[in-house]
Design a binder for this molecule. Sequence first.
Ligand code: XUL
Ligand code: CO
Length: 436
Amino acid sequence: MGYFDFVDKVKYEGKTSKNPFAFRYYDADRVILGKTMREHLPFAMAWWHTLCASGTDMFGAGTADKSFESAPATMDHAKAKVDAGFEFMQKMGIEYFCFHDVDLVPEDADINVTNARLDEISDCILTKMQQTGIKCLWGTANMFGNPKFMNGAGSTNQVDVYCFAAAQIKKALDLTVKLGGKGYVFWGGREGYETLLNTDVKFEQENIAALMKMAVQYGRSIGFTGDFYIEPKPKEPMKHQYDFDAATAIGFLRQYGLDKDFKMNIEANHATLAGHTFQHELRISAINGMLGSIDANQGDLLLGWDTDEFPYDVYETTMCMYEVLKAGGLTGGFNFDAKNRRPSNTAEDMFHAHILGMDTFALGLIKAAELIEDGRIDNFVKQKYSSFNSEIGVKIRSGNATLQELSDYACAQKTTAPIESGRQEHLQCIVNQILF
Ligand code: XUL
Ligand code: CO
């Protein structure tokens, strides 16, 4: 007897299938541009949303029962979540998971008790991983939930809180290495501020960087060879968060000499909160060699907060996969940092949501590959900059031109040639033609 006996393994049945427990586009073994869909799309289940979150919000209690037939805040419950999670991932064909320390076990007031619980549960997880072949994508420490982190973790004003954050990072790194995780994430949930009246930004940023540096040193010393990630987010819970967007986070990493060990974990909904498209954040990361992993979800542009919806917008996933394909793939994967809407409160809904997300990304992959094979967009962009293939253009691009020379060139021309159209609407027609 499992927890989800209403469904067998979810299979690919093709786009005409009306089976609510089947994939219409995600066909794991289908080859696209030389790689299988499974290889292009290493999907991960988020332990926190899928196994822990019950739909509680500030207006009401949870609507989804995530007890898995055991008493809350017990190790029995923690183990039931392991069983349920692995049954779920196996049935979904999801090959990775991501976790925070406190998603796995109930947190005790004494960190030593919590750590012992983490040792015990990670043994159970490891056994399940060996039985199923399911792997860990990344781990992280929750340094935002506990009241002691109200002024931040790395950015806290209180040195003992800073040390407790360090202790949590150390343990979460131990677990990530024990479970063979490919990455380790820093999402700066409370690393920011509400008002400058009580905040020393420079002091806080230096402390965050120092904590990250210690994490890198420790991680490498215990054999962690994967990537560290920053997951940018501009606001929520704080008014100002230091890792506002990819460009800000990359600048921070370079300033403190952390850029060799870190990449970005880009979350779609965080991008839109920052006033960017998902595609923009992916492109900025990619051109800086820092596109690491993706938190696959979707926001609601009518709502100004992090709604963490399962992705259903094929236009968005197409543009995402276009960036990922162009970047040569991810070193990480696609973690469904997404939750069911509060009224979608059954176990069946968990399956429908992940099927929706996986199918939406699969269709995005298919369409992105078609866009690339079609070539019209690439050719247009190439052509758009082709004036730089001229003698003076090549000189500029190779960094060998002087301002005097360019001025002489301009004066000799007297006036510029007519500026060519950007053809945006035509390019949008091409995208629609390929999508539909
Ligand atoms: C919060 C968020 C986190 C991180 C991990 O907005 O995205 O769940 O992904 O801490
Ligand atoms: Co996230």
